[in-house]
Design a protein around this ligand. Structure first.
Ligand code: FEO
Ligand code: CA
Ligand code: CA
Ligand code: CA
Length: 745
């Protein structure tokens, strides 16, 4: 057939459009006002009950004592062998920095080897053929192939009994998100669109399948790693996978659809960005910028409250992949369910509530391939970047820290009602029901004096009432489904795009990447103490300014008394992204050629080497000089750099901004470890149980290739990882040290 290929090449950043219209601080007002592992096992570390481990994304790793926390009752016996030997007391980065690069390769330091492990389209069963990578692979095989845009990732070590064994050094389940797609390379010649509609159903089916999550078994043989194509653990979760809605918003009117008239279930997960773990051994995948997938071109039939909800979450337009446009629809509305206009008589006749079934933290049990994933509504609905488990203490609540990734959105935490009982290790989804379906949801306010407060999101408190001006809250489920409105009402602090969260196992302090923002979202008059910079960082290759906070920063905080359930905290800005050539009021962390970076995004503390922080970038602002990168860091503590006044400049204004900064790291404290291929994002990170293998995802190399150039491989902007004339592919790599040592040290 003759078809028009979609020619609207993707915007560089689809995911960062702010939809927060409130006048929440912005500390201009506050300043004025003031001027007037993841799991507790024992693991043979320390005394029983004091060994604290946590992991947000990566998992794996050995144990570490957690000095701030009180002793607790004895946990269950260790389910796995002794941990890896502890690193030397005075930890030092042990590699030479990698130079910035625009080459179409992965570069790691001398003495290290990086190998490709798992690429877009790789089959996860022997029944599926190798990926041809020319757009011709059969659509109905993609539910058994690696997805696209590999993202957040966890390594779950397994033992010979096929049970979770966190310190397993040579065998594990690698579970990873597949956030989105690069459509130009997925089909023969990009997406086929005629008259604004998708006309090739197979292309859409392929897209349904390449989103979601992969579970694969990986094994070490000699010094090399591979995935096991015939493992019975291998599984794909995608946009057609049935999921249970769980927690306080489940089975309420907000979640009822034609597919599930009692609001108990939905189909699929999408835009799975960062991730998280539980201390009982399950995986959390987080639904980030899901709003853009839904079609809503008219307001017909929606109530004022529904319209306010759509508006606050950015549900409008044709849907980014036009999935709702395929005709005819199937009997079970595989396409029509992406249209959230009120087309039927009631909410159970259409999919007006479809968007309410997305935007959650989703639990998956990787050890049970037939288990049904659960969307945990108690953790609130927003653009979930990730869910980082706080320090785990027997007899205390469990805590997850969470960012909402859009400009001017917020930082949240969930505190379980139930106290942690180590007998629940290995408890699967039933343990999830116990700890994640009931608890308190909070949002963060960062105050100008270096302290902060957690504001509870609950009906009847913090201005979250039926009389709140922008949204009349009706009940507890309404607060969770419309958590952004609730956080607005409570007076949370707008941040410069919260991406990943990470908890330092040595201190319990929480780090949050604030990847970047622009001048319209953070004008010079709206900087505040925790989002303190406004500057111009233009590219050398363009005369256009890059205004606002284009390089991003990393905020960190310590909940008071070392208690993750505390309702107050102290904070500072650990690190500021900048060009090393930038002025002192921009390059506040005094970055050098060995460690300068822009747009921090992925972030994770090693467990095998407690205190070692890995930092990944998703950058579009410094790409005249370098591709995205991975850095290793040894951060200090909140308050180690003291108070600082930054002088911000625009063309017309100078404005001083007081803040609190981390100590400048120098190359002893921050060093570039890896630079990726052209137009990739470095994201997702995990380590084997002994810390001797580091798994990293290379997302969307060559993503800016024009649809019009798809038939001319010489015009592809990347050919990584296959090289030659191949189409580029997102992929997981594994990095090992040639002497078999811990990575980075
Ligand atoms: Fe998917 Fe927040 O990056
Ligand atoms: Ca991200
Ligand atoms: Ca990002
Ligand atoms: Ca990306």
């Amino acid at each position: 057939m003759t078809a028009n290929t979609r020619s609207d090449d993707r915007p560089v950043e689809i995911e960062d459009i702010g939809t927060n219209p409130t006048s929440n601080p912005s500390f201009t007002e506050l300043i004025a006002a003031r001027l007037s592992r993841r799991r507790l096992f024992g693991l043979g570390v320390g005394t029983a009950g004091t060994a604290m481990l946590q992991a947000c994304g990566g998992g794996g790793g050995g144990g570490t004592a957690f000095p701030l926390l009180p002793a607790a009752p004895a946990p269950a016996p260790a389910p796995s062998p002794a941990p890896a030997p502890a690193p030397a007391a005075a930890m030092k980065l042990g590699f030479n920095p990698v130079a910035k690069s625009l080459a179409d390769v992965v570069t790691v330091p001398a003495g290290y080897t990086a190998s490709v492990l798992f690429r877009l389209g790789d089959p996860i069963t022997p029944a599926v053929a190798a990926y041809r990578n020319d757009g011709s692979d059969a659509a109905d095989t993609f539910d058994r192939r690696a997805g696209d845009h590999h993202d957040g990732m966890t390594f779950f070590g397994i033992n010979a009994s096929n049970k979770w064994a966190p310190t397993s050094a040579a065998r594990g389940l690698l579970v990873m998100n597949h956030e989105a797609i690069t459509p130009v390379f997925l089909h023969p010649t990009g997406q086929t669109v005629v008259g604004g509609a998708r006309t090739v159903a197979d292309e859409v089916l392929r897209e349904f399948y390449v989103h979601g999550v992969s579970v694969i078994e990986v094994n070490k043989s000699g010094s090399s790693w591979s995935y096991k194509q015939d493992s019975s653990f291998n599984r794909r979760v995608h946009t057609l996978t049935e999921m249970t809605l769980s927690g306080p918003a489940a089975k309420t009117d907000y979640l009822k659809t034609k597919y599930s008239t009692d609001g108990s279930k939905t189909r699929g997960t999408v835009n799975n960005c960062a991730n998280g773990t539980t201390p009982w051994g399950t995986y959390l995948t987080c639904e980030e910028n899901w709003a853009g997938y839904f079609r809503r071109t008219t307001g017909t039939g929606a109530t004022p409250k529904q319209l306010a909800s759509f508006s606050r979450y950015g549900v409008s337009g044709t849907g980014r992949e036009l999935w709702a446009t395929v005709t005819p629809d199937t009997a079970d509305n595989l396409y029509g369910r992406w249209n959230c206009e009120a087309t039927g008589a009631t909410a159970t006749d259409d999919y007006r509530n479809g968007p309410n079934t997305y935007g959650w933290v989703v639990e998956i049990d990787p050890f049970n391939p037939s288990s049904t994933p659960k969307k945990r509504t108690a953790l609130g609905r927003f653009g979930h970047e990730g869910a980082c488990l706080g320090p785990v203490v027997v007899g205390k609540p469990l805590v997850w820290y969470m960012g909402d990734d859009s400009r001017n959105e917020y930082i949240y935490k969930f505190v379980s009602t139930k106290n942690w009982d180590a007998a629940d290790i290995g408890g699967g989804m039933a343990a999830g029901d116990k700890y994640m379906d009931d608890g308190k949801l909070y949002v963060a306010r960062f105050d100008a004096d270096g302290t902060g407060a957690w504001l509870e999101l609950k009906l009847g408190v913090n201005n979250i009432t039926a009389s709140y001006a922008n949204y009349a809250f009706a009940d507890a489920a309404d607060v969770l489904v419309n958590a952004r409105h609730a956080a607005d009402a409570a007076g949370a602090t707008k941040m410069d795009r919260p991406e990943w969260t990470a908890v330092n196992p040595k201190t319990g302090e929480v780090y949050v990447t604030l990847t970047n923002t622009n001048a319209s979202s953070r004008p010079i008059g709206s900087t505040d103490a925790a989002n303190p910079r406004y500057y111009n960082a233009p590219k050398t290759t363009s005369s256009s300014p890059q205004l606002g906070n284009p390089n991003g920063h990393i905020v960190r905080f310590a909940d008071n008394n070392g208690d993750a359930t505390s309702l107050s905290f102290k904070w500072d800005v650990y690190l500021f992204g900048a060009r090393s050539s930038a002025s002192a009021d921009v390059n506040i962390s005094q970055l050098s050629a060995d460690n300068d970076f822009s747009s921090p995004d992925g972030m994770w503390f090693s467990e095998a080497a407690p205190g070692l922080l890995w930092l990944e970038t998703d950058d579009g602002a410094y790409t005249d000089v370098t591709n995205c990168m991975l850095l290793a860091a040894l951060p200090g503590k909140v308050g180690d750099g003291g108070a600082r006044t930054i002088v911000n400049f625009s063309d017309t204004t100078t404005r001083s901004q007081k803040t609190f900064v981390g100590k400048a790291p120098g190359t002893d404290g921050l060093r570039r470890f890896l630079v990726g291929p052209v137009e990739c994002e470095i994201t997702g990170i995990a380590e084997s149980g002994d810390g001797r293998a580091l798994f990293v995802n290379i997302q969307h190399p060559g993503e800016d290739t024009k649809v019009a150039d798809i038939l001319d491989p010489s015009k592809f902007t990347s050919h990584w990882p296959q090289g030659g004339t191949a189409r580029p592919r997102s992929a997981t790599i594994v990095i090992t040290k040639n002497d078999g040592g811990l990575i980075g040290l």
